[in-house]
Structure formats: structure tokens, C-alpha cells
Design a binder for this molecule. Structure first.
Ligand code: HPA
Length: 320
């Protein structure tokens, strides 16, 4: 059926408005990214990559003095997920604060220990709590602990983090395995390249290991645990996002949002670690169905989810 002139004019106007809105959103995202990278306090004039890499080696040596565990797998536990270590045969616990000059976690629900031991017959190292960019640490400090775990021998990194869901098909209390990310925090690779770790310009395609994702999916199905998959966006925080920002991220195709983990995935991929990121969906992102998130809600839900997370990891670890 042919449209009359009025209908065509209305349709053209609607499509025009949609196209302009999409351009504005994309422009806004790029602007925000640039702002953050410009305001990064890591400049090549202040970042001494040789001294930094020596710190990585020194911390690894201090940990080796305290334990015979040579971890194959490194796990980072997000907010409220620290109880995971109860399922481990723990050999050694090393508080970050016992390592001089080591970045120490100030965020709620982050205990701040390296825990070394075995799980499902594999030697593993667990970070019971992480540090965040929003705590005032530059990205290079945020990823220092994982570089230490790599130095100790870990070839695989499993990240876990509390997130809000933007995708209304994904419910709080379920998980999402990350397929790809958008990172709004500054890169941890800024500054002179640390050649001992990896190359200067690395492609980020396939940064998240597809085989680990498939294995995890099989495990989740077997145990009746809901595991979604999708695109994650790391914001800077510490404030939760505005509903307008969440709407922008939704238009950009993001399923979940959080304040950590993408920076770590970049650094781990740089040093050729296999990476798997399991999002624990603790809440609807701000504005989704009118949601107003709170730290209490995030803590409470992640504690409830720790049991299922242990089931997933318990089965995944022997397959690595
Ligand atoms: N936004 C950002 N970070 C988060 C959220 C959220 O909704 N939930 C848990 N961490």
C-alpha cells in the first residue's frame, strides 16, 4: 500500500531523530573516553616501567618465600564473593597489607588477601578482593596484583565481579559470562611498554577465551544455574551511573555494567593469559524499570550468589 505524503513525512522525521540521537550517544561516549584518558595521572614522564616490573618480580619473590604453591590458575573475587575460599584447601593467606607498598583495597566487601592453595586438584591463587581505579589507584596499580600472579606462574585468569544488568532479559541473581567489553577507564598499558610481559600494540579480539565460556555454559546447564552471555561495560565509578548514561550504554549494545574487571582483562590479555570473566548480576542498572541501586543491595545479592559461583568454579577449574 502506498503511503500518503503526511505519513512519509512523519516517518522521515522519526528516522531522522533516531539517527541524530544515535550519533549524539556515540559522540558522547567517545568524548567521555577522551576526557578520562586525558585526565589520567599516568604520563610517560612519571611511569617508570623498569621500576614497576621490578616491583612485580619482588612481590612474586616475597610470596614464593611463604609458599610452595605454584598456581596455574588465578581467580579474582569481586565484591561480597570472598567466601569462595571456604571451598578451597588453603595453604597460605597473605594480606596485601603485609607486602610493603602493595595496593590495598578500601572498597566494601573486599577483604584484601592473596589466598594460595588447591581446589579440585589444581594449585590456584585467589585474590580475595581487588583494588579499583575509583579508589584513586592508576590503572597500572589496579593490575599490579594480577601481573604478580602471572609472574608466579598463573596462565589463566578467572575474573568475577558484581554488575548491574542493562539487558532486561537478564535477572539479578543470575550470571553473565563476558564475550566482549567496552572499557571507559584508562588503559593499564599506558606508558612505556613492559616488553617482558607483552607487545606494545595488541589486538583485543578474542581477549575472552571462547573455550572457557563454552565449558562454563555446559557446567551451568548441568547444575540448573542461569548463565547469560554478552557485552560488559566498565565505568569509572564510584558513583553509580545516571539513568541517561545507562540508556546510552544500552544503545551501544551493552548488557551489563560494573566498576572493575575490563582493565584487568586488558592487562591479562597483554601478557597472554587466558581470560574468563563471570559477572554476578546483583541488581538492575540505574533507571532500568526505575531501579535505584545501592551498595547494600549489591553486597547482599553477591553474598547470596557466592554458593552458585563456587559450583561453577569448582567444575571449571579441573577443566582448565
Ligand atoms: N553499576 C555499576 N557497578 C555495579 C552495579 C551497577 O549497577 N552493580 C554492581 N556493580
Amino acid at each position: 500500500m502506498l503511503m500518503d505524503n503526511r505519513t512519509s513525512a512523519v516517518l522521515i522525521a522519526v528516522f531522522g531523530i533516531l539517527a541524530i540521537s544515535s550519533l549524539c550517544v556515540a559522540g558522547y561516549a567517545l568524548f567521555q573516553l577522551n576526557e578520562m584518558q586525558d585526565s589520567s595521572d599516568i604520563g610517560t614522564d612519571v611511569f617508570d616501567s623498569d621500576a614497576y616490573y621490578k616491583r612485580v618480580q619482588d612481590y612474586a619473590a616475597q610470596i614464593r618465600e611463604k609458599t610452595d604453591v605454584v598456581p596455574e590458575v588465578a581467580i579474582v573475587l569481586g565484591s561480597g564473593l570472598g567466601s569462595f575460599v571456604e571451598g578451597m584447601d588453603v595453604h597460605t593467606t597473605i594480606p596485601y597489607s603485609s607486602l610493603e607498598g602493595f595496593p590495598v583495597s578500601t572498597a566494601p566487601g573486599h577483604q584484601g588477601n592473596f589466598v594460595l592453595g588447591t581446589m579440585a586438584g589444581k594449585e590456584i591463587i585467589v585474590m580475595q578482593g581487588r583494588v579499583h581505579y575509583y579508589e584513586g589507584y592508576p590503572s597500572t596499580e589496579v593490575v599490579l596484583p594480577l601481573r604478580v600472579m602471572h609472574e608466579l606462574g598463573a596462565k589463566t585468569l578467572i575474573l568475577t565481579n558484581a554488575v548491574g544488568t542493562i539487558n532486561t532479559d537478564y535477572e539479578p541473581g543470575t550470571f553473565m559470562v563476558v564475550e566482549d567489553h567496552i572499557c571507559l577507564a584508562p588503559s593499564p598499558l599506558i606508558g612505556p611498554n613492559i616488553d617482558q610481559l607483552g607487545e606494545r600494540f595488541i589486538p583485543m579480539n578474542g581477549a575472552y577465551d571462547s573455550l572457557l565460556r563454552e565449558k562454563l555454559k555446559g557446567i551451568a546447564v548441568e547444575h540448573g544455574i542461569t548463565l547469560n552471555k554478552g557485552r560488559f561495560i566498565q565505568t569509572v565509578g564510584p558513583q553509580f551511573e545516571t539513568p541517561a548514561e545507562i540508556e546510552a550504554y544500552r544503545i551501544l549494545g551493552c548488557d551489563t555494567v560494573g566498576m572493575s574487571s575490563a582493565i584487568e582483562a586488558i592487562a591479562a590479555h597483554h601478557c597472554s593469559m587466558r581470560v574468563c570473566d563471570i559477572n554476578c548480576i546483583t541488581n538492575y542498572a540505574p533507571g532500568i524499570g526505575g531501579a535505584i541501586p545501592s551498595s547494600e543491595e549489591v553486597q547482599e545479592m553477591s553474598k547470596k550468589m557466592a554458593k552458585d559461583l563456587i559450583v561453577l568454579l569448582d567444575d571449571l577449574i579441573p577443566m582448565i
